[in-house]
Design a protein around this ligand. Structure first.
Ligand code: MN
Length: 454
């Protein structure tokens, strides 16, 4: 079973040695991020005392792949297929009249004074809600979208939110703007871990006509309990810690950034982004704020695990020999992919490379792909390097694709400060499978085995 709220997951982590309580007082500016980096990939955290605030902060909750699997009530090897299945089999939400998130309802709060929102990095423009899930409804169809976006808490009741043009939420905003209307949004902080992961689902895997709270219910194994908001026409998870209600103001953009991003570089120069005006906040009596340090394992897995599912679903339809896909943590779970195939012909690795470097959403930013055989574990970096070392002929097994661009990759930014020119990058694919052209040589590539080991 998955966990029904953040605090039951934190309790599970603590009981299993996966949570460290930080009891000394920590400042929200840089202090939280310093400790998050120290425990990155090692442990979840609960900051009990944040200087100047009453509310504790949880962080690093997805510090390992095992941790994500536990959050879903699954084994590590089951996660990808479970996500693909859930995305195709939505479960209706369960509307309830009230829930823990309604324990305190407030219309007028200075959020900068109330919420322990951290400033993570030296050059960040300010304090960011980096782990907040945004729920919004398509104004025509009523379909609910659940997504992440970085949110700069610029003023006590005003957020500047970065939303990429290809996101469903951006399309929702544009539809509302075309009618001169604001788009109502609910920012959920500290939902249950399944709804949190849902925020990372790529647009192709969960298309715009699918209700993402229903997909989350399917992934959770039971419907998500939702309650109606106070000031806007939206439903939000009843078991969340905090919900901020607001609206995106139509046809207004303000400068946002720099922001230290998942890629561990700053996204800059500043972008012009939409503005959210806050109308109300509801929360539990003793709420927990959830932070997500950009570039941490927590942040990378949150984005990377749903992307792996999307890519596998896409690539194996195009090229059926594709069996597994792993996005490496070193490659920010975004730029580097290892693809395992069941190879029968020497052209198949190249078909797999083309699929995984294609312009579909989850592949758009991938710039390096290695294709391996069934005897190599794509999630084991040593095994992958072994395959590269013993199976790649550098003059024959590489393909490069020029004139590529990603605004996230500093080496191929399609957007430069002056906007006067594009800087193109390139993508590369590497065939690290055993060549079949000379069947009599295949034996040279076989791994050594010890009889009886397994
Ligand atoms: Mn969506």
């Amino acid at each position: 079973m998955s966990f029904r709220d953040l605090r039951s997951f934190l309790q599970f982590l603590e009981e299993n040695g996966g949570l460290v309580r930080i009891r000394e007082e920590v400042p929200p500016v840089y202090g939280i991020a310093r400790v998050e980096r120290e425990y990155d990939g090692k442990s979840a955290l609960l900051f009990e005392r944040v200087k100047g605030y009453e509310i504790p902060v949880a962080a690093n909750i997805f510090f390992s792949r095992d941790c994500v699997a536990h959050a879903l009530g699954l084994e590590k090897a089951e996660v990808t297929e479970a996500i693909i299945r859930a995305a195709k089999n939505p479960t209706r939400v369960n509307e309830v009249t009230t829930g823990p998130v309604k324990e305190v309802v407030a219309k007028k709060v200075n959020l900068l004074d109330f919420l322990p929102i951290p400033k993570h990095f030296e050059k960040d423009v300010g304090r960011y809600i980096s782990g907040g899930v945004i729920i919004a409804k398509d104004i025509e169809t009523g379909t609910r979208n659940v997504s992440f976006a970085r949110m700069w808490m610029k003023e006590e009741n005003k957020i500047i939110v970065m939303i990429n043009y290809y996101r469903h939420l951006y399309a929702y905003i544009q539809k509302a703007e075309a009618q001169g209307r604001p788009l109502e949004v609910a920012i959920v902080i500290g939902p249950d871990p399944v709804v949190w992961l849902e925020g990372g689902m790529p647009e192709r895997l969960v298309p715009g006509d699918m209700d993402e709270l229903e997909v989350a219910g399917s992934l959770a194994g039971e419907p998500i309990d939702v309650v109606r908001c106070e000031s806007i026409d939206l439903e939000v998870p009843a078991n969340a810690e905090i919900v901020i209600e607001g609206e995106v103001l139509p046809n207004i953009r303000e400068s946002e950034g720099p922001f230290g991003d998942f890629s561990r570089v700053y996204d800059m120069p500043p972008r012009l982004n939409p503005v959210i005006e806050i109308k109300a906040i509801t929360h539990r009596k003793n709420p927990v704020f959830l932070d997500c340090l950009p570039g941490s394992v927590d942040n990378l897995l949150l984005g990377g695990i749903p992307r792996e599912a999307d890519l596998l679903d896409f690539a194996r339809k195009a090229v059926p020999c594709v069996k597994r896909i792993h996005l490496t943590t070193g490659g920010c779970c975004r730029f580097h992919a290892v693809v395992q195939i069941d190879k029968k012909f020497d052209f198949e690795p190249y078909h797999a490379i083309m699929a995984v470097l294609s312009p579909t959403e989850a592949a758009r930013d991938i710039k390096w792909v290695v294709v391996v055989d069934r005897d190599v574990d794509p999630s084991d970096p040593k095994d992958v390097e072994w395959a590269i070392a013993t199976r790649v002929r550098w003059d024959q097994d590489l393909v490069t694709i020029p004139k590529m661009a990603s605004t996230l990759d500093p080496s191929s930014k399609g957007r430069v400060p002056s906007n006067l020119k594009l800087i193109y990058g390139a993508k590369v694919g590497m065939d690290a499978t055993i060549p079949l052209e000379h069947p009599e040589f295949v034996a040279f590539y076989q791994k050594t085995e010890v009889p009886g080991e397994d």
